[in-house]
Design a protein. Sequence first.
Length: 72
Amino acid sequence: MKKKFKLEDLDCANCAAKMEEAIKKLDGVNDATVSFLAQKLTIEADDARFDEIMKNVQSTIAKVEPDCRLVM
């Protein structure tokens, strides 16, 4: 399943790159792109575990940029 999500309070391009790299390493994630300019996350992940994967994605985002929120 491929979905797009809005990111709020993503402050720097370097943080976006770190997030993207960390999200791609999560189990069940096939591909991920974090756009600093568009403030968006595009993720392609396993359909059966999508909700679980998104919880891990939110945790990963918080570790890299504590003020950034994923709008679902």
